[in-house]
Design a binder for this molecule. Structure first.
Ligand code: GLP
Length: 241
């Protein structure tokens, strides 16, 4: 894994945005895999700024989000679709038909997973997959455990993730228990992978991810199976390495 240690959150976000900007300027039809969470917000802000300054255009870019909560409509305040609209989509010229996110309120979730995976394949596969990491080592919604979906699938969220991700948008009992997530195989099929982590709460997960071992308890450690992974950390997330 390629390791970059940034001084702080701002520098981490800038470096990630710079890599994406460079890639789109090289290939305007880039296919991006996108994450949600608090980690990428600074990166999205900088990409919006780059677009406003005319340094990059998303008009030919296609995006596929990593995951979505199951059982809530796309326009729910807490959906990952709403997060994407608010934090990125509304600030750039990415065409609505090129913004893909699993439909968490589909009547047939399994069918929706298959449809989503097929769409990624038909589009030609992801060029750059951007990831965050959970404090428990999860990527997308692939939680620590004995098994993970290979392709896009329906998963149970861990209590840890439900607690950490519970926002003002969900009461305790209404926080979704399931999600649709790209599988580890989907993620590892991307041509390049860029993982960002900031803050002390991620230091242990990052330390275990970087050890040259694959552990089902640390899903992010499966990234060792890929030969083009860049990890950008701030000083706090890098404190154990
Ligand atoms: C969430 C998402 C992940 C994200 C992770 C970390 O559950 N499914 O894609 O990387 O948790 O979130 P945060 O950036 O808020 O720490």
């Amino acid at each position: 894994m390629n390791l970059i240690i940034a001084e702080n959150y701002g520098e981490m976000s800038q470096k990630a945005a710079g890599i994406i900007e460079g890639m789109i300027n090289f290939n305007p039809r880039t296919l991006l895999g996108l994450p949600t969470g608090s980690t990428p917000i600074g990166m999205y802000d900088r990409l919006i700024e780059a677009y406003r300054q005319g340094r990059v255009s998303f008009s030919e870019v296609t995006t596929f989000n990593l995951d979505e909560y199951a059982g809530i409509p796309a326009d729910h305040q807490g959906s990952l679709r709403t997060y994407m609209e608010n934090n990125f989509f509304q600030g750039v010229d990415l065409l609505p038909e090129n913004r893909h996110i699993p439909e968490g309120d589909s009547d047939d979730l399994e069918e929706e997973c298959q449809r989503y995976e097929d769409k990624i394949t038909r589009a030609g596969g992801i060029d750059l997959q951007i990831l965050g990491i959970g404090a428990n080592g999860h990527i997308a919604f692939n939680e620590p455990g004995e098994e993970f979906p290979l392709k896009t699938g329906v998963v149970e969220l861990s209590e840890h993730t439900r607690r950490v991700n519970r926002s003002n948008f969900f009461d305790e009992e209404k926080m979704p228990r399931k999600a649709i997530t790209m599988g580890l195989g989907t993620i590892l099929s991307a041509e390049k992978i860029l993982l960002m982590a900031n803050g002390e709460s991620k230091a242990r997960a990052v330390e275990l991810m970087l050890e040259e071992k694959i552990r089902t308890g640390i899903p992010a450690s499966f990234l060792h199976l890929h030969d083009n992974v860049t990890v950008i950390l701030d000083r706090e997330a890098a404190k154990n390495i």
